[in-house]
Write a protein that binds this ligand. Structure first.
Ligand code: PLP
Length: 372
């Protein structure tokens, strides 16, 4: 698997291109395995059945594992990867998680709590000492940084130290940062999850997830969960995700530059009351993000002075930006997050923006006009 491969010394941009291509003997396809469509395997080999093995998964897992510095397990969706981590817990286990985590994670924890499966302890994940104090007696600390969509930055290394001192495992949702901007396993986390649907696949055309284990024991537990629950990705989705990750470094660099420029222009605009982007010096997590991340990423959120109606009007008026949920594709997406179930505590005028690959001046003209 990835971490065992000779990844030493190569830049992540190179690893994203060269790994997951098989042995590359003479006459082999340069693209590697391709899409392996099969439900079963001829007996006697290392692969047995399509719910447990697939060569396209293995190629994808090799690349993501190397980028995160662990052993990857591909899942049907980001939420399936999250569930595979949380479902390992015993009945009654306490899970400490950001009160402003991705709403799918919060809704999962609330659902499990309503059936007395786990106890969900929400915290302000930017408050390291309060979060560590809340870990007393817990089984898992769930970290998301930057958070979706409030863009809060958590101190992964300090949280992992504090949680581990109390015998608590640490999981990090690294979707917003991608493995190129933040490496939670190196900062002490035990397991990392991604919605591959987003920047990794990068083209708004599939739903998929991945979890990356820091230890063989965690890797085994994730593989076991995937087999038991059957939350497996399709070979075609996995192939598209693998194709996506090949260009992640260039897409990320371009979209990040655009996000930074839009954040600066929005912050200087008096129709906007606040811009949340870790690359801005005004962001409370700016300094920590600078230490912990290789860049501030492609996501930002901002509130409109005109309130909820103005935010809805912006999303209705854009012509180049796309009004849609999700993020991380080549298209710039905008959405008023407060309209969703479970997001009633968000500022009603908050718009989340996922920067795509369009020209930044074209995007700004569209936003400027749509702001009215
Ligand atoms: N984590 C974060 C931060 C997300 O934004 C999302 C989806 O929006 C998920 C996890 C869930 O991923 P998926 O939609 O692939 O199940």
């Amino acid at each position: 698997m990835a971490a065992d491969r000779d990844a030493g010394g190569l830049d992540p941009a190179t690893l994203a291109v060269v790994l997951g291509r098989g042995d590359q003997a003479e006459g082999d396809p340069v693209g590697g395995t391709g899409v392996q469509f099969t439900s079963t395997y001829r007996a006697g080999g290392s692969r047995t059945y399509g719910r447990d093995h697939n060569a396209t998964w293995e190629a994808f897992e090799e690349v993501i594992g190397a980028l995160e510095g662990g052993r990857a397990v591909a899942f049907a969706s980001g939420l399936a990867a999250i569930s595979a981590v949380i479902e390992q817990l015993s009945v009654g286990a306490v899970v400490v998680a950001p009160g402003d985590a991705y709403n799918g994670t919060r809704r999962l924890l609330a659902d499990l709590e309503s059936r007395r499966r786990v106890v969900f302890r929400p915290v302000d994940i930017t408050d390291t000492s309060a979060t560590v104090a809340a870990c007393e007696g817990a089984a898992l600390l769930w970290v998301e940084t930057p958070t979706n969509p409030l863009m809060a930055i958590a101190d992964i290394a300090a949280l992992a130290d504090g949680a581990h001192a109390l015998g608590v495992n640490v999981a990090v949702d690294n979707t917003f940062a991608t493995p190129l901007l933040q490496q939670p396993l190196a900062l002490g986390a035990d397991v990392v999850v991604h919605s591959v649907t987003k920047q990794i696949a990068g083209h708004s055309d599939i739903v998929m997830g991945v979890a990356i284990a820091g230890t063989d024991e965690m890797h085994e537990a994730l593989v076991r969960r995937r087999g038991l629950h059957g939350a497996i990705p399709g070979p075609m989705e996995t192939f598209l995700a693998l194709r996506g990750v090949r260009t992640l470094p260039v897409r990320l660099a371009r979209a990040q530059a655009t996000a930074g420029e839009l954040a600066r222009r929005l912050e200087a605009d008096d129709r906007i009351s606040i811009v949340r982007y870790p690359g801005l010096p005004s962001h409370p997590g700016h300094e920590l993000a600078g230490r912990q991340m290789a860049g501030p990423g492609t996501m930002l959120s901002f509130d409109l002075v005109g309130g909820m109606e103005a935010a809805d009007a912006l999303c209705a008026r854009v012509q180049l930006c796309v009004p849609a949920t999700s993020l991380g594709g080549v298209e710039t997406l905008v959405e008023r997050r407060g309209k969703w179930e479970g997001e009633s505590l968000l500022p009603p005028a908050l718009v989340r923006l996922s920067a795509g690959l369009e020209d930044v001046d074209d995007l700004w003209r569209d936003l400027d006009r749509a702001l009215g």
